[in-house]
Structures are given as structure tokens and as C-alpha cells.
Design a protein around this ligand. Structure first.
Ligand SMILES: [Zn+2]
Length: 419
């Protein structure tokens, strides 16, 4: 495909405002799915679509070469983040533009650009009749809202069971000359705690020293969960944390800071209570709500952590205080053993294209689909991608370096034909 032709097609794809957090733009998600379906059909892929009412379609494209060939599966997502704040964009977000050897546009880096690279690479091999492995593409439209239907929908497809290795193409390189393979992710579990100590706010001059203050109770609890920057003090919280060897820490240090990747963390995400206007109002608030979350590392289990946290809260809050707790957003951590043939061969390919080679890394974030694929199918999940750290994902002026964009197409073509 000529670069001008790629630019034109990619422009059509970026133009579709497939913002999954915006219900008013649901038709754009359907439009994006239809765009991809047509592209896959043009490549002679079989396309299966799974969808729940009101959920964006999960597209599975399949190209079978021979039953005894390997089956490699590649995941990318076509939904994007909202474009705001609009005033900070130097070009219209849904118009693909080019400046300083970068492509700009909402979703170009996360993850429409990668998805498009997969299509272009496949097209080149299919047209030349030189594809050597069976390919399956999984294209999701709900990644940015936490993949709520992915686990259910993916299991409707029987062909996924034949996959030998999964590639999640939604990551970044270290720099133009250094690629990365991610083999681990943190998990997450979130809580909302609501305390109520009285029917109404009370006068502090009248009731001070006499009644409980819910904000004080929350503050005490939070300080008991974690006092220093690193250590979480909930009993047995660290029991299941996978031992990490000195060798692995050394390996990870080559990729930068390790603390966010190898340790669990506790974060207070927000507190709402009492008077927040200007000046001061001398009240004892009647209620307080706090949201907090834990990032988990391999092999912590979010359900076990939930139990430990609930237990801890129960013990810390005075018995007479009424409280409600909600749990949400739970995802398992991911850890893929580096000692497997697909990771080794993929690293070899990357070394051919990146002068300074490849780094192995874990991410501090969570990607639900990666963890789900690994848990359900027990095959290696390899996380790669070609954007650089200056790609402004989720932010204004999102961009993809042009050189890396075209290099990525070549790399993917080589991975498709791994022997
Ligand atoms: Zn993404």
C-alpha cells in the first residue's frame, strides 16, 4: 500500500468519533466496526461479530492458511478517549494531520493506529500470497470503558481455543531505537466507603467532643491502611505476592522506574464530606464518602484482597458507626513467563528492526483483555506496540511517530510469519 493511500484510509478511520464513554456517539462505534469489517472482508478474512444489546461489536477476523500451521492472534481496540479539552488541540482531533514527522489525531496512538498497522501488514502478505501462519484478529470497542463484556463475548467464539499465542498491540517502545516487550501488568480493585454518623450536620460548639466525626473516622482508617509511601498495613495483604528475583529486578531497571510496576499500591481517589465552600462552617459533618483503590501485583487475587480489606475495615470502624461499602472495578494482575518460544522469537524480530534491541518490562497499569485471554486460554500473551512515550495518549495532540508507524508495519509482518 502506498503511503498516500494509507494516509487517506487512516483519515477515514480517525474521522469516526468512536468515543466509547459517550453514549451519544454510539452510532460512531457501529460505524467504526463496519469500517473494520469491510477492510477484513477485502482481505478475504472471515468475520464473526459478537455483541450484546447496547454494547459495541467485538469483531473477530480469521484467516486460515492450513490446519497444521500455527495460529497467531492479535488484539487491538477501535474505541477512543473523549477529545476534551478541545482548546488544547493544535489541529482538529478527528482529522488526521501530519506535522514534524508525526501523525496527529484522537486514537491514532491508542489504539486505532496499531489496529490499522495490523490491517496493512496482513494485506501485504495476503496480496503476495505469502502468509505462513493462521491469523486471528480480535478488535474490541469497549477497552476505554474497562472491557465489561469482553470475557463473556470472547468465549462465544470456538476458534480462539486454537490460538498458540496472543499479541496485544497497544503498548509503547522505549524510544525509536529500543523496542519493548511487556510481560506483566498490575491488577486493580476499588472501593467506595460511605459513613453516616447523624441525620444532619451538627453545630461543633454544641456537639464537639460528644459525637463521632465521620471525616475523622475516615482519616484514621486511611492512615491505618497505609502510613508510609510504600507499605500497606492490612494483615496478609502481601501473602500472595510473587517473589521477584534480583535478576528480574535488574532486567526491569533497564526499562526505568520499577516501584510502580513491582509493588502493590494504595491510592485514595477522592473524599466527599462536610462543608467545602469558601471560609469555614463550624459543623460536624453527618456523613463522609471516600473512594480508594489498590493496584495489585502477580499473584495477588482481587477477590482475596477484597475479603482482607472488608475485614480490616470492619475491625477499624467503631461498632456503633453505620457504614456501607461498594466494591468495583476488579481485574487480575498478569504475569507471563518469559521463557517461551513466542516471546523469544518476537524478541528476535524486534532486534532486527530496533538498533538498540529490546527491553522486557512490566506495566503498572491494568489491561482487562490481556488478563482475560491469559486466564481463559493459558497461552502466552505478549504485549507490544510502536508508539513512543511522547504520544500523548488520552490527552490533546495525540500522535504517532511516522517512522515508528511504518517500522511497526514491517515488524508485524515479520511476526505474522514467525516460524
Ligand atoms: Zn489502548
Amino acid at each position: 500500500m502506498q503511503r498516500s493511500e494509507i494516509f487517506k484510509k487512516l483519515s477515514d478511520f480517525i474521522k469516526i468519533e468512536s468515543v466509547s464513554t459517550d453514549k451519544n456517539r454510539f452510532s460512531h462505534l457501529l460505524k467504526a466496526a463496519e469500517f473494520i469489517r469491510k477492510e477484513l472482508l477485502a482481505l478475504d478474512f472471515k468475520v464473526d461479530i459478537y455483541q450484546k444489546k447496547e454494547s459495541s461489536p467485538l469483531l473477530i477476523g480469521k484467516k486460515t492458511i492450513a490446519s497444521k500451521a500455527k495460529t497467531l492472534c492479535f488484539y487491538a481496540h477501535y474505541d477512543v478517549q473523549p477529545e476534551d479539552p478541545l482548546k488544547d488541540w493544535q489541529s482538529p482531533p478527528f482529522e488526521l494531520s501530519e506535522k514534524n514527522n508525526r501523525y496527529f489525531g484522537r486514537g491514532i496512538a491508542d489504539d486505532k493506529g496499531h489496529l490499522f498497522q495490523l490491517l496493512v501488514s496482513a494485506r501485504e502478505l495476503v496480496k503476495a500470497n505469502s502468509l505462513k501462519n493462521n491469523l486471528i484478529f480480535i478488535f474490541e470497542g469497549e477497552e476505554e470503558i474497562g472491557s465489561p463484556n469482553f470475557e463473556e463475548l470472547i468465549q462465544k467464539d470456538d476458534d480462539i481455543k486454537n490460538v498458540d499465542a496472543f499479541y496485544l498491540v497497544d503498548m509503547e517502545v522505549r524510544d525509536k531505537e529500543t523496542a519493548k516487550i511487556f510481560y506483566g501488568l498490575r491488577g486493580i480493585v476499588g472501593f467506595e466507603l460511605k459513613l453516616k454518623t447523624a441525620e444532619n450536620d451538627l453545630h461543633s460548639g454544641v456537639f464537639g467532643n460528644l459525637v463521632d466525626n465521620p471525616v475523622q473516622i475516615v482519616a484514621n482508617l486511611l492512615s491505618k491502611i497505609k502510613s508510609t509511601r510504600l507499605k500497606i498495613k492490612i494483615p496478609r495483604f502481601y501473602d500472595k505476592v510473587r517473589k521477584i528475583s534480583k535478576g528480574e529486578i535488574q532486567l526491569l531497571k533497564k526499562s526505568g522506574e520499577v516501584q510502580a510496576k513491582i509493588y502493590p499500591s494504595f491510592d485514595v481517589n477522592g473524599i466527599v464530606a462536610g462543608f467545602t465552600g469558601e471560609g469555614i462552617k463550624t459543623i460536624i459533618p453527618s456523613q463522609a464518602t471516600v473512594k480508594f483503590s489498590f493496584r495489585l501485583v502477580p499473584d495477588q487475587d482481587p477477590r482475596e484482597i477484597q475479603e482482607l480489606v472488608l475485614d480490616f475495615i470492619k475491625k477499624q470502624i467503631p461498632k456503633k458507626i453505620a457504614y456501607e461499602i461498594k466494591i468495583f472495578h476488579s481485574s487480575n494482575p498478569l504475569y507471563v513467563n518469559l521463557d517461551n518460544e513466542f516471546i523469544k522469537k518476537t524478541a528476535q524480530v524486534l532486534r532486527k528492526y530496533f538498533k538498540k534491541g529490546v527491553l522486557f518490562d512490566r506495566s503498572g497499569g491494568s489491561i482487562a483483555s490481556a488478563e482475560i485471554l491469559f486466564r481463559l486460554y493459558k497461552k502466552p500473551v505478549i504485549l507490544i506496540g510502536f508508539i513512543n512515550p511522547e504520544s500523548n495518549i488520552h490527552a490533546p495532540n495525540e500522535n504517532f511517530d511516522k517512522e515508528l508507524f511504518f517500522k511497526g508495519i514491517e515488524v508485524l509482518r515479520s511476526i505474522f510469519n514467525l516460524s
